[in-house]
Design a protein around this ligand. Sequence first.
Ligand SMILES: NC(=O)c1ccc[n+]([C@@H]2O[C@H](COP(=O)([O-])OP(=O)(O)OC[C@H]3O[C@@H](n4cnc5c(N)ncnc54)[C@H](O)[C@@H]3O)[C@@H](O)[C@H]2O)c1
Length: 366
Amino acid sequence: MTIPHVRICIVGFGSIARTHACALAALPVVRDLPFRPLLAAIVSDRPAAVARDAAALGVPVLTLAEALADPELTAFDVTTRNAQHLAQAGAVLRAGRPLYVEKPIGRTPAEAAELAQLAAASPAPTHVGLVMRYHPAVIEARALLRVGGIGEVRQVRFGLFHGSYLDPARPISWRLQAAEAGGGAMLDLGLHVVDLVCFLLGEPELLAARHATFVPRRPDGLGGTREVDVDDWAWAELRVPGGAHVTVEASRIAFGAEGAPFELYGTEGSLVANLERVAPLRFTRFDGAEATWRKRAGADPEAHAVAALLPPSRLTLGSFVDSHLASLHHFVLRVAGIDPVPGWAPTPHDAAIAEALVAAIAPISG
Ligand SMILES: NC(=O)c1ccc[n+]([C@@H]2O[C@H](COP(=O)([O-])OP(=O)(O)OC[C@H]3O[C@@H](n4cnc5c(N)ncnc54)[C@H](O)[C@@H]3O)[C@@H](O)[C@H]2O)c1
């Protein structure tokens, strides 16, 4: 029996590309697929920097133009820095080829809108790495919200806390420069939770926002220092169409408290999880009838279809890789013409909406 290949070309090979490569390698082992996803080429304009990885994976290093000219490459996965996304993902879209692109899709709302417009005109599937949509707690929460499991939603708190930039001696990086990254903690991390607000509760109105840069200069690695012109922390209060008040918060200085609080409080109960862990959703009802409502939500075919994109619980690769695996799984199914759950995939249009909100929460000055 031969299984057709979906041959994927990965553009850039840094940290997140390794997560994608692990997920793609594990995918045919953890789930039955009607095809085999195969990492088939790396695109880089610095071939020497990726030569070792390419040799280890047994794939060629190409330029983007060479890769786009190769009809054997089925789909493109853009994992470079934010500043490259519009040009590289834009080239894939203009060529009418399937595109997976890491978030954020642009450094500014204008770049994101331009990419979303190109995606809308492309005949091929497009998919953004807003992977928190594939966390098991989010899947179950969405099903419970759809059946009214916590009644009317009143108060919500979503966040993403990392501690990686607490140390002021940590040198400057592209992530700390607006020209390269477009934004700081709120764009890099908060975008995931702002997307969840839109996805689960509807497009919100921005009521209030604050942001701060606690370490304004960092070593440049050349004996001097360089200005940090993006936020280390940002917070916002939003109101969603149903009237619920939502706070979103993102931090890169929350050392020792890394995690992703996901909390929804309603008139009849609450849904609570930490999206940085493989941990079940805590569902509590005032009347103690959780089992009845879980059963009702469990009948949701959409929730079943999305859960089947994740590895089975005994084959978990950890919350981070699992979410990327499910998102890439969904993408390659869509590339093969199968969408088990239409409307779930994060699109460039969704990303552009979330990125415009992020830019209003933590604007870049200058
Ligand atoms: N969805 C998520 O959960 C998630 C998590 C981490 C990172 N990301 C996103 O992934 C992207 C990359 O982040 P990272 O952590 O891997 O950064 P990184 O700095 O580790 O990797 C970026 C890679 O792009 C390469 N590169 C730079 N210019 C290039 C070019 N012109 N052509 C080809 N390659 C080029 C760099 O050499 C590097 O290997 C960012 O947009 C980031 O926001 C998403």
